[in-house]
Design a protein around this ligand. Structure first.
Ligand code: ADP
Length: 836
């Protein structure tokens, strides 16, 4: 056979003649002869991205001219060659360090010229060799190498390993579409683990790095172990692939079957003269579209979609998508408006009937209605934002406004909305796409001018999926909300007639761009009297009704209501109060239903009987003055709360630690307070060396609640100074304020909530930064008469009020003093943020 008759397919297919030749290539080319040291020296071939494992035959393209000369040289001498494996296959001119340290000795056929003019050889690999050195001679590369004998003498020992590998390999062949089943027959007779590993690896489509790892591994057993792991991985992946494939196949078959059955059904219905249900459906849709009052461009768009629908086979998956879209167009309110009742007096009556107090909010709403009645077309009124703790009547007032105006009321909670698509919807190209929540809510409203309540605007999130607040800006902006764009609808939608009211628990968390557009109306917390009034006028009545009890069937005594307010609820609003009243009513309702005797008057005793032991026994401030404990009043989302701060002095080295789940700002506040004390040590009668030998531990109880902000500054300073001077802090004094290093007291936020919290907790005196006194206008008079407010500008004034005059023995609050701050057992969940 002459070379020119060869027909090498580089993709690995050989003609019969080639296969025959392949079998005896090695026999034709003898072993390289060894020198005195037992080493062989041969011309080299470079293997880039194809690896030929020992005993394999493969065609190789010849790219480089030097390779060609080397092959010719070897052929002329009837000599084997050493294939060096390039570590980086991309490298054009590898140096001697750019090869694996193990190469392959191989027999090489004569060079064949392929039809496209390129050259190739057939090689048969013999065995691994360890490369000793690579050198150049007359421009060709040579390698000196030692022969590796990796065959294993006792092959019985490896039987289990081999059997395992064969089993995996068989499964692998089963699952891989590209490997012929005969491949397994080739390997079944092999009893040498290394050889088996090489054979199997050669047929697997392994990444180059794995192939390299196998070439350099000279231990046959390890190699087979490794190959078996690779097989297991591959089998896992292929099994998964097959599972998915068969699932898809099943789905497709089911789809086809359904289509077929439906076609048959249509044919049968036709035959029976029942008409085509699909045509009927289309006609119905057409009539609906024609009859519904829609703006022209909406109708046109709908008709266009309907035409597309008509051209589709009824079984096409797109049918559902278009039908849903048409449904949306048909169901959204496009022009239907409710008539506004702009009678201010009526509105005032409705609001007063349903709500106690809230004068500011009510006034503002009435002004809104008044302006509206004078300029009905004016859509440019500011958007109101009701800000206040939960249960202070924001939502219920919203409902009442809607009732007064005669508008639909809808509500959308923005809490946790982090994705712009939630506001604006997804494009129809997405499977299962729907309009955004704004339009979904409008559909629910059914009119173009509902009162639209956007709840929890301060809980709006934002992340990489886009900022929902920018979409909301568009919703709330009267300049552009007459053409709100929703991704799903793909048509402008008019939101300009909607009356939006937003709500938030905390003004500080509202995205500032939104806050800019909003007119904030505060819903302060209620004082006890207000709560009692609200329950007497509204809550009890409602709960009686809801629990099927007659209007005057039971009555709550004043003391019972007070007990519920004080001992069973701890909140700024009245939501829990209503819940607890409801609980009492339920118990009574049950007695009544069971035909048992039930009390007609609920007193403190029956409250305890029905609601169990009081839950908030510690909400009242302590009566005992203590050293090292001062009471801060903090702002929380639920209104406000008192927060005892404890300071303990221990023998030590002047370190300070502050614990209780506090933030950086509060920690710095503690440092500042300590520094202030040191600077005033002389005046306060503390010796400087005390600081060096004392460790200060500040703790703010209820460690699970995160706390931060600067407004506990004066309280921290007071507690520390008390601990160092041994002067007790009046426990009926609460305070808030930031302190500077020079002892100036700076204003803070959330004053109204804090004053109410102090009042609720039964404190008698409240120390407040002078510059905060302007915030007291909103505080109910009753709270201000019962709580003495002391405005201060300097820390010294704080100490004058807060510390007890009579000195106790110095440093009485040391390590073995019992921690005395009584933490309240309130089940609060919202973080304390004294630093607003
Ligand atoms: P928010 O929306 O502020 O969390 P809600 O409006 O849901 O609070 O109020 C909770 C409950 O308290 C409602 O049942 C509401 O009727 C009642 N409520 C709150 N404030 C008042 C009030 N000033 N007058 C009458 N009921 C009130």
């Amino acid at each position: 056979m002459s070379n020119s008759e060869w027909n090498i397919h580089i993709d690995g297919e050989f003609s019969d003649e080639e296969l025959q030749y392949r079998a005896n290539l090695l026999e034709k080319v003898p072993d390289a002869s060894r020198d005195a040291d037992g080493l062989i020296s041969c011309p080299t071939l470079f293997l880039r991205d194809t690896l030929v494992f020992p005993r394999m035959v493969a065609p190789l393209h010849i790219g480089r001219e030097t390779t060609r000369t080397a092959i010719e040289k070897a052929a002329a001498n009837n000599q084997t060659m050493i294939a060096l494996v390039q570590i980086d296959p991309q490298m054009e001119r590898p140096g001697e360090n750019d090869f694996l340290n193990v190469g392959i000795e191989m027999a090489v056929s004569e060079i064949v010229t392929l039809p496209d003019g390129s050259h190739a050889v057939l090689v048969q690999a013999r065995r691994r060799v360890e490369i000793i050195r690579i050198y150049q001679e007359n421009g060709s590369f040579f390698a000196q190498a030692s022969i590796v004998d990796d065959s294993t003498p006792d092959q019985n020992e490896y039987r289990p390993l081999i059997r395992g590998a064969l089993r995996s390999y068989e499964r692998y062949i089963d699952l891989s579409p590209n490997i012929p089943d005969e491949a397994f027959e080739y390997v079944t007779g092999i009893s040498d683990p290394g050889w088996l590993a090489d054979m199997v690896a050669a047929t697997m489509d392994l990444p180059l790095a794995e192939q390299h790892a196998l070439v350099v591994n000279l231990d046959g057993e390890q190699r087979l172990d490794y190959v078996q792991k690779l097989l297991a991985n591959e089998v896992g992946a292929l099994e998964l692939e097959e599972e998915i494939h068969s699932k898809v196949q099943k789905e497709a078959e089911r789809g086809q079957r359904e289509t077929y059955l439906r076609e048959q059904m249509r044919a049968i219905q036709d035959e029976l003269g029942e008409g085509d249900p699909w045509m009927k459906e289309l006609e119905e849709l057409h009539t609906k579209l024609r009859k519904t009052k829609l703006p022209k461009e909406v109708k046109d768009a709908g008709m266009k979609e309907l035409r597309r629908l008509g051209q589709m086979p009824p079984m096409s998956p797109e049918v559902g998508v278009i039908r849903t879209y048409l449904d949306w167009i048909l169901e959204l309110p496009w022009s239907k408006c409710s008539e506004d009742n702009l009678d201010v007096q009526n509105a005032s009556k409705v609001l007063d009937e349903r709500h106690f107090g809230l004068p500011k909010a009510k006034d503002r709403i009435l002004e809104y209605i008044a302006v509206r009645s004078l300029r009905p077309k004016n859509n440019r009124q500011p958007i109101l934002c009701f800000v206040g703790p939960p249960g202070t009547g924001k939502t219920s007032l919203g409902r009442s406004i809607a009732a007064a105006l005669g508008r639909e009321f809808v509500r959308l909670s923005l809490g946790g909305v982090r994705d712009e698509a939630e506001v604006r919807g997804h494009r129809r190209t997405y499977i299962g796409a729907l309009p955004g929540r704004i339009l979904q809510t409008m559909r629910r409203a059914g009119t173009l001018n509902p009162l639209f309540f956007l709840d929890e605007i301060d809980k709006l999130g934002s992340d990489m999926r886009g900022d929902p607040s920018s979409a909301l800006l568009e919703v709330l902006d009267p300049e552009q909300n007459d053409a709100f764009s929703d991704h799903y609808l793909e048509m402008p939608y008019d939101l300009s007639k909607v009356m939006f009211i937003t709500t938030a628990n905390s003004r500080n968390d509202i995205p500032w761009a939104l806050l800019d557009r909003l007119e904030v109306i505060e819903f302060p917390g209620y004082i006890e009297e207000e709560k009692l009034e609200i329950s007497r006028r509204f809550l009890i009545q409602r709960q009686l009704e809801e629990n099927g009890l007659g209007e005057s069937e039971i009555q709550f005594s004043e003391a019972a209501l007070k007990a519920i307010v004080r001992e069973y609820t701890y909140e700024a609003g009245v939501r829990n109060l209503e819940r607890e009243i409801g609980r009492v009513c339920r118990k009574v309702a049950r007695l009544k239903a069971e035909g048992k005797r039930f009390p007609s008057r609920i007193d403190v005793k029956s409250v305890e009987k029905y609601l169990g032991p009081p839950q908030f026994t510690n909400t009242q401030a302590e009566s005992e003055d203590e050293v090292g404990v001062a009471t801060a009043v903090a702002w929380t989302e639920a209104g406000g709360d008192i927060m005892p701060i404890e300071v303990l002095l221990m023998e030590g080295k002047g370190n300070m630690q502050i614990t209780g789940n506090i933030g950086d700002i509060m920690e710095e506040s503690g440092q500042a307070a300590l520094s202030y004390l040191k600077s005033r040590a002389n005046d306060l009668g503390i010796k400087m060396d005390v600081f060096e030998s004392t460790d200060v531990h500040i703790h703010i109880p209820e460690g699970a609640v995160p706390k931060d902000g600067p407004s506990a500054g004066i309280t921290l300073a007071t507690a520390i100074i008390s601990a160092f001077t041994g002067r007790a802090v009046r426990m009926d004094v609460g305070m808030t304020g930031e302190v500077t290093l020079r002892g100036r007291v700076l204003p803070v936020g959330g004053v109204r909530e804090k004053v109410l919290a102090a009042h609720r907790a039964g404190l008698k005196t409240f120390i407040l930064p002078e510059r905060n006194t302007k915030d007291l206008v909103d505080v109910p008079k009753k709270a201000l008469t019962e709580l003495k407010i002391v405005p201060v500008e300097r820390m010294a004034q704080v100490l004058d009020v807060a510390l007890v005059e009579k000195k106790k023995p110095a440093a009485s609050r040391t390590a073995n003093a019992k921690p005395s701050a009584k933490t309240s057992g309130k089940g609060k969940t919202s973080p304390l943020q004294p630093g607003v």
